[in-house]
Design a protein around this ligand. Structure first.
Ligand code: GDP
Length: 296
C-alpha cells in the first residue's frame, strides 16, 4: 500500500518520545527516506544530495515543537526547504520592456514548445489584452510552421506569414520588423527543437537571441524528463541565458522532480506549468503544491 513520506518519517522517528532537539542520528535516519522519496519523484541525484545537506543543516539540533511529533517536524523542515528551493513566489512572464517585447521559446523537440507558445500567446491576449505575433523559426520541419499557424487560428493570435527558404535568423528579424510596423506588443519566437541537445541547435538559437534581444528566454521542458532534466536545463541556460522555465505535462504521472532539478541547477524560476494538450491548459506554478507532490 502506498505510504506517504510523512507516515514513513513518523514511523522511523516513533521511538523518539523524548522532547528536545533532533540529533544527527535521528535526522540521518529520516534523510534516508527523504532521499528515497526524492529519487522516486525523479529528482536528479546531484540535486538530491545538495537538498539533503541543506535539510540536515536545518534539522540537526532543531527543537521539536511540543504540539508535533519528531516525524512531523522533519516533514515540515523538508517541505519548507522544498518550497524555498522551488521558489517561494509564483513568477509571471515579464513584459516590462519597450514593445514589441520578444519572447524566445527554446527546448527539446517534443517538449511541448509549439503548443506552449500558443498557450502563452492566448493568455497574454486574453488576460493582459496584448497584441501578440507568433513566428515559427523551425526551417527544417515545414509542418512545424504550419502547426503554429493552425494553433494561431485556434487561439485568435496572428502568426507571421511563412516565406520558404529563409533562415531562422531571417525569420526572426522579419517577425520583429513586422511587429514594429504592425503595432504588436509581444513577439513570440518558437525555435526549432532537436531530440537531444546538440551544437547546431544551440548555435542557431544563440544567433536568433543575438539578432532579436528577447526580453524573456523561456525553456520549455517535459516534467517527465527525470534525470536528464538537469543536463538539459544547464545546457540551455549556459548557452542561451534562460530567464524562466515552463514545465509541461504536469497533468501526467510526473511527480515534479524535474521542477526541483531544473530550478536548482539554473536558479531560474519556473513561471508556468502545462497541464494538458488543450490551448487553455496552462497554469501558474505553485511551489507548495509541487512540494507536496514530490513528497508523495
Ligand atoms: P514541440 O516539438 O516541443 O513543439 O512539441 P509540441 O508542442 O508539438 O507538443 C508535443 C505533444 O505534446 C503534442 O501532442 C502536445 O499536444 C503535447 N503537449 C504539450 N504540452 C502538454 C501538456 O502540458 N500536457 C500534455 N498532456 N500534453 C502536452
Amino acid at each position: 500500500m502506498f505510504e506517504g513520506l510523512s507516515d514513513k518519517l513518523s514511523n522511523i522517528l516513533s521511538s523518539l518520545t523524548r522532547r528536545g532537539a533532533l540529533t544527527e542520528e535521528d535526522v540521518n535516519a529520516a534523510l534516508r527516506e527523504v532521499r528515497r522519496a526524492l529519487l522516486e519523484a525523479d529528482v536528479a541525484l546531484e540535486v538530491v544530495r545538495s537538498f539533503t545537506d541543506k535539510v540536515r543543516a536545518r534539522a540537526v539540533g532543531a527543537e521539536v515543537v511540543k504540539s508535533v511529533s519528531p516525524g512531523q517536524q522533519v516533514v515540515k523542515i523538508v517541505h519548507d526547504q522544498l518550497v524555498e528551493m522551488l521558489g517561494s513566489d509564483a513568477e509571471v512572464i515579464s513584459l516590462n520592456a519597450v514593445p514589441p517585447v520578444g519572447i524566445l521559446m527554446v527546448g527539446l523537440q517534443g517538449s511541448g514548445k509549439t503548443t506552449t507558445t500558443a498557450k502563452i500567446a492566448r493568455r497574454l491576449k486574453d488576460r493582459e489584452n496584448r497584441k501578440v505575433l507568433m513566428a515559427s523559426l523551425d526551417t527544417r520541419r515545414p509542418a512545424a510552421q504550419e502547426q503554429l499557424a493552425v494553433l494561431g487560428k485556434q487561439v485568435g493570435v496572428d502568426t507571421l506569414p511563412i516565406v520558404a527558404g529563409q533562415s531562422a535568423v531571417q525569420i526572426a528579424r522579419r517577425a520583429m520588423e513586422a511587429a514594429r510596423l504592425g503595432g504588436y506588443d509581444v513577439v513570440m519566437l518558437d525555435t526549432a527543437g532537436r531530440v537531444t541537445v546538440d551544437e547546431a541547435l544551440m548555435v542557431e538559437a544563440a544567433e536568433v537571441r543575438a539578432a532579436t534581444n528577447p526580453h524573456e528566454v523561456l525553456l520549455v521542458a517535459d516534467a517527465l524528463t527525470g534525470q536528464d532534466a538537469v543536463n538539459t536545463a544547464r545546457a540551455f541556460d549556459q548557452r542561451l541565458g534562460v530567464t524562466g522555465i515552463v514545465l509541461t505535462r504536469m497533468d501526467g504521472d510526473a511527480r515534479g522532480g524535474a521542477a526541483l532539478s531544473m530550478r536548482a541547477v539554473t536558479g531560474k524560476p519556473i513561471k508556468l506549468i502545462g497541464t494538458g494538450e488543450k490551448v487553455d491548459a496552462l497554469e501558474e506554478f505553485h511551489p507548495s503544491r509541487v512540494a507536496n507532490r514530490i513528497l508523495g
